[in-house]
Design a protein around this ligand. Structure first.
Ligand code: SF4
Length: 333
């Protein structure tokens, strides 16, 4: 649904969108890089308010969020469009879709909250990039919080400060993709820049949002020991040694289907590097990995949360602490 957008200004008879670091300058009739914001008659419009590609309950572990109400279910919603152009996008059929052509269903914020309350304890904006859905995610998250639902972003972190601050007021948790520490990777593979993503990670955390980071390990692109160590050192120094990290396996896809899948050995090397750099809560995803999906106390090694696939069971915690040694654990429960 078309609706006047937030976060823009006029510039020399054109419109400058200020939602994300692309800062698209749009002449009459033009759409931004995300494909879902349009200058129409000198006003910026979102074309996707309340427009959904899918909406259904998911385990929170699937986002992935491992330290945020483990074992809970969240009503998960997505739309079309993205401000990235990732060559390996798993969801390119929606992320690169034109809203004029895609069969979208309309779910207004009130209905989304009603549906979420019926089947879950929260709402997640996921599947494609939620930043570009900002007018809708803001309204829906604000209403969701009034109904005591949790709110979640699964995001690439490409967002300007002002909209981030507005969203963070109504947001409980975010899984943010950090795809590389290398600006060249971001430019060539994603059509974006790395620095705004790193700044957004720090700012979401500073604003009190629980964040977990996902690093998709892509063979020959971002998987060297130096690449992984640089990411781990940045996460430790800027976000702290308790920062939760998910290393996930790449599978050949879209315009990167010439690359092999990530080996379990490579993921285990990434895990070992993260541990060596002093990160306490590191997980492996998209592979069968046994112990690498469980949560253990960083102080005494006691098993705290047992996971299998997308199911999770708290087995060794008392409130927010380890049931064995009493250490405070960074888990929202
Ligand atoms: S949100 Fe879309 S239109 Fe706005 S700056 Fe980003 S890519 Fe451009």
């Amino acid at each position: 649904m078309k609706r006047e957008a937030k976060f823009w200004e006029t510039l020399d008879g054109k419109i400058k969108c200020t939602l994300c670091p692309h800062h698209c300058i749009l002449k009459e009739g033009a759409r931004g890089i995300c494909g879902v914001r349009e200058n129409s008659g000198g006003t910026l419009y979102t074309l996707i308010y309340g427009s959904c590609t899918s909406a259904h309950p998911d385990p929170v572990e699937k986002k992935p969020l491992y330290h945020f109400y483990p074992g809970s279910t969240v009503y998960s919603m997505g739309t079309v469009g993205c401000n990235f152009r990732c060559l390996h996008c798993q969801n390119y059929t929606i992320s690169q879709a034109n809203p004029d052509d895609y069969p979208l269903m309309e779910i207004m914020p009130e209905e989304a909250v009603r549906k979420a309350e019926a089947c879950s304890t929260g709402i997640a904006f996921t599947y494609n990039e939620p930043t570009i859905w900002m007018e809708y995610t803001l309204d829906t998250a604000r209403l969701a919080k009034k109904h005591h639902l949790h709110t979640i972003f699964v995001t690439n972190g490409y967002i300007n400060e002002k909209p981030l601050d507005a969203m963070a007021r109504h947001l409980d948790a975010a899984n943010i993709d950090v795809k590389s520490m290398d600006d060249r990777f971001y430019r060539e593979v994603c059509g974006a820049r790395v620095e705004p993503v790193l700044e957004a990670c720090k700012r979401y955390k500073k604003k009190g949002v629980h964040i977990e980071l996902t690093y998709l390990v892509i063979p020959s692109k971002n998987d060297s020991a130096d690449d992984i160590a640089a990411f781990c050192r940045w996460a430790r120094d800027e976000l702290g040694e308790h920062q939760i990290i998910h290393f996930t396996a790449f599978y050949p896809h879209y315009q990167m289907n010439h690359l092999p899948p990530t080996s379990l050995k490579k993921l285990m090397e990434a895990y070992a590097i993260a541990k060596k750099e002093g990160l306490h809560y590191v997980y492996l995803g998209n592979v069968p990995h046994g112990d690498y999906e469980n949560t253990y106390c960083h102080h005494c090694g006691h098993l705290l949360i047992k996971r299998h696939g997308f199911s999770a069971e708290i087995v060794g915690m008392r409130g927010h602490t380890c049931a064995k040694c009493g250490t405070e654990i960074p888990v929202v429960v």
